[in-house]
Each structure stands twice: as C-alpha cells, then as structure tokens.
Design a protein around this ligand. Structure first.
Ligand code: AMP
Ligand code: ZN
Length: 462
C-alpha cells in the first residue's frame, strides 16, 4: 500500500508522492529559543522524528531542515527582561534544545539555520514582494503584506476573507484567525529594540517571524519542496502567512504536504507554570523518566489527536519499555547477536500498513505488543526455533529504528565497543571513511560487528 498522509491544505489523506523519486525535502518549524523547550514542543518534534524515521525506513533519502527562531517578539522581550544580550541568551537556549533533542534520541536535522544568519535572504524576498505590489511600506518604516492582494489567502486555515474584517494591520507576530489582518514582513526600528536591528534598502529594522521560515526554507530547500510540519498552533497565522509570502515571491507551489500534530495537554488541561504542570525535559529527568518512556507516551497516541501527558502514567510507560527491553535481553541470551536468520515476521507487513496509513502509531504499536506476547509465550514454553530468535531480533531492530523506544543494552555489549561504535558514527557523519573503517576493524578484532542501518547502526557478535 502506498504511504498516505493527511494534508492540512486539502483536508484529506493523500498518497505521498515526493517531487524527486526517492528523495524528500522536509522543513519543520524549530524552537523559539527564549526559554527551555517544554514537553508540548517535544510532542511536535518527536512526531516529526517519527515521520522522518519512517520515511528513512521506507527507503527515502530525507533532507531535513529545522530552523532556530532566534529573533522575534518573544526573544527580544526576554533578553530585555533579563538584561542579557540577545545572542548570548539565544545561544544558551539553543544549546539546551540540542542537548534535550539528543537525549530524546531525536535524529538531528541536516541543517539548523538560525534566523539571524538568513537576514539577507529575508530582505531579498521582501524586496520582491514590494516590487510585485504584494507588500507596502508603513510610515514607521515597517513593511506589511497586503492579504487582499493574494486571493488564495486563508486556504490552509479554511478562512473566508470576504466574511472577515480585513482593513487593519498587525505588528505582532501572533494573533487569532478570527481577525486576519495585513501582517508585518519587516518591523521598523523602535527604541525598545535597542541594538537589535539590520539595515535594509527601506531602512533599519528587523524581520517579522513569518518571513523567517519562508526565507530559510527557500534558502535550503528551494521554491518547491515536499513536506512542511509544525504543531496545530502554527497553522494560523504562521503557516498561512508563509504560504502567502512564498507563493507570491516565487510564483511556485511551495510545500506539497502540510502535516500538523495536535497539542499535548498536561494533566487534563493547558500547561501553565502557575499550575505546576509545565514540564521541561530537565524536570522529567529529575522525576526519573527515561527517553524511551517519554517517546512511548508521546507516540502511543496518534499525532492528530490531543493527548495528555501525566506523571501518573510514568509507571505504565516504564512497564511497557521494560517489557520490550526484557524481550531484547532474553533474545541476546538466546544468541540473537549471532543469529543466522534475519527475516522479518509476517506481522511486519501489517505493522507497515498501519504506519502507511497516516502514521497510525497506536495501531502499529498495538500489533507489536500482540506479537510480543505470542513470542514471549513461545520462549516461556521453550517451543521456539532459530527462526523465532532471528525474526524477533529483526522486528525489535525495526521497532527501534522507527520508534526509538528500545533501551540500549549496555549491560551486554562492552562499554568500550559502544564507545568505539559511537566514534565510528561520528566519523561517518564527517565522511571520514578511513577513520570509520579503522574503527570498524578494531571493533571486529574485539569480536563484534557494526552493521549500518538507515537510521543508525546495530552491534552484533562476530
Ligand atoms: P515555539 O518554540 O513556540 O516556536 O514552538 C515550537 C513547536 O512546538 C511548534 O511547532 C509548536 O506548534 C509546537 N507546540 C507548542 N506548544 C505545543 C503543545 N502544547 N503541544 C504540541 N506542540 C506544541
Ligand atoms: Zn516556522
């Protein structure tokens, strides 16, 4: 069955057809680095990680760009409040974001462009929009996009502009869809911006948030690419505005598939600092969560349904993750590292059919758990053969490469070998093949083999 994703733009499930056979260009809106990212943000980032891991598993080459929003209303406000230079504050939170993502086993993007490094591209796009009369200058040196000049404005959000009041303009980056307005592409310099300003042909100022993603996606993925993602709160105004800016500037179709993940609620309600239910990753580490438990909790709900994160579910998450790990340990004891059989069980096809259907992660996981129960019962009763061991091992490896919920078996593989494998992975990323081969030989001399997978690697006994 072909892969089908729900496209927010057309409001239906569509067969996924990349522009270039076998390759996927994917842009995901990254964090606004004015604070630590919270577990809600990571619901979206882990959904995007699942999407990317799945496309990799299905054999696509994925080129993934995630931007870092290091200039917008929120970052400027926080740097003023803290009396810290903007760059210093955004560097600090970008670093924390990278550490948290890494801990959560999120596969790194190919590039993480920072908005402040792409200002010339933004100026170039705004210039085009001015020339083509989609934008106009305000008397404070700001530039606005005229939403009436683009008849398709509102398509993503399903807005009828004729039924709305549209005469106003809005300087702020965020507003509601009940009041769509001309939005700022460029904000003329104001006293409170301090030294945060860039020179443009029309005067000093800074970009609006929406033009940032239009410019960075264009810089790295071109005028027309495959997938654009974010959380549902990004649909309006951010993505609606991105479409308007990009299509009007380039006259090209922009992104084909728009995927949005629903919000994460915390203990039944909205996350809020005052309610004490506002989890950042460091809070969850303190509470004893493993990355696999968090990933399981977030991926066991479908990305288009709201889910609730609750500390009460920690125990259940640990139980599930431990059960998977117990199967892994059992298979290692039964000699899985040197198993000759490497087929996948029949249920694998059904598992893939679930994920092909708009990433039905709960459906796929439920099939996996049913199958795991059957396998465990065979092992309990001692009625298994080499094929059961080989198939179980292969399916576990697939589960890990798509979901990232299988704990590392550092008890079984010597630390030294794990460390060497990590070093080899680094060398491969840097395309230092000579070093990578040398490390592989060293690992082999210790009795282990590193096997490369599309998403990472696995270590086997020779
Ligand atoms: P921000 O750092 O605010 O730019 O948000 C980063 C990403 O997190 C965006 O894609 C948002 O849509 C997403 N996001 C924010 N809050 C939540 C939430 N409670 N649940 C899921 N995604 C969220
Ligand atoms: Zn964005």
């Amino acid at each position: 069955m072909p892969i089908r994703f729900y496209n927010t733009l057309t409001r239906k499930k569509e067969v996924f057809q990349p522009i270039k056979e076998g390759e996927v260009g994917m842009y995901t809106c990254g964090p606004t680095v004015y604070d630590y990212a919270h577990i809600g943000n990571f619901r979206t980032f882990i959904f995007e990680d699942l999407l990317k891991r799945y496309l990799l598993h299905r054999g696509y080459k994925v080129y993934h760009i995630m931007n870092i929003t290091d200039i917008d209303d929120k970052t400027i406000k926080r740097s003023r409040e803290e009396n810290t230079p903007l760059g210093q504050m955004t560097d600090k939170f970008t670093g924390h974001f990278m550490d948290d993502s890494n801990w959560l086993k999120i596969i790194p993007a190919n590039e993480y462009p920072r908005a402040t490094d792409s200002i010339p591209k933004m100026i170039e796009m705004i210039q085009l929009l001015l020339e083509k009369k989609y934008a106009y200058t305000d008397n404070d040196g700001s530039i606005y996009f005229n939403i009436q000049s683009y008849p398709d404005y509102g398509q993503l959000t399903n807005l009828d502009l004729n039924a709305q009041r549209t005469t106003n303009r809005i300087a702020s980056d965020e507003y509601t869809k009940d009041d769509p307005q001309d939005f700022a592409l460029w904000k003329g310099w104001k006293e409170e911006d301090g030294d945060v300003a860039w020179d443009a042909p029309w005067g000093k100022g800074r970009p609006g948030w929406h033009i940032e993603c239009s410019a960075m996606s264009n810089q790295y993925l071109g005028d027309h690419f495959d997938i654009h993602c974010g959380g549902v709160d990004n649909i309006f105004p951010h993505h609606e505005n991105e479409i308007a800016q990009s299509k009007c500037a380039t006259d090209q179709p922009f992104a084909n598939h728009w995927l949005h993940s629903e919000h994460l609620l915390v203990e039944g309600g909205k996350m809020s600092k005052s309610l004490g239910n506002f989890y950042q990753i460091k809070d969850l580490v303190d509470l004893g969560y493993s990355p696999e438990n968090i990933r399981y909790q977030l991926l066991s709900g479908h990305y288009r349904t709201r889910i609730t994160f609750s500390a009460d579910k920690k125990h259940e998450g640990d139980r599930v993750v431990n059960r998977i790990f117990d199967l892994k340990s059992r298979l290692i004891e039964l000699g899985a590292y040197s198993a000759a059989e490497s087929q996948l069980p029949a249920v694998y096809n059904e598992f893939i059919n679930k994920l092909d259907d708009d990433l039905d992660s709960p459906g796929a996981l439920s099939l996996f758990f049913q199958w795991m129960r059957t396998q465990n019962s065979k092992f309990d009763k001692g009625i298994y053969n080499d094929r059961d061991i080989g198939e179980s091992w292969e399916f576990l490896c697939v589960l890990e490469s798509i979901f990232g919920i299988v704990k590392i078996d550092s008890d079984h593989i010597p630390n030294e070998v794990i460390h060497l494998a990590e070093q080899r992975e680094e060398a491969r990323k840097e395309e230092n093949w000579e070093k990578a081969d040398k490390i592989r030989d060293e690992v082999q001399s210790k009795g282990w083999i590193i096997e490369d997978l599309v998403t990472g690697y696995k270590i086997k006994k020779t």
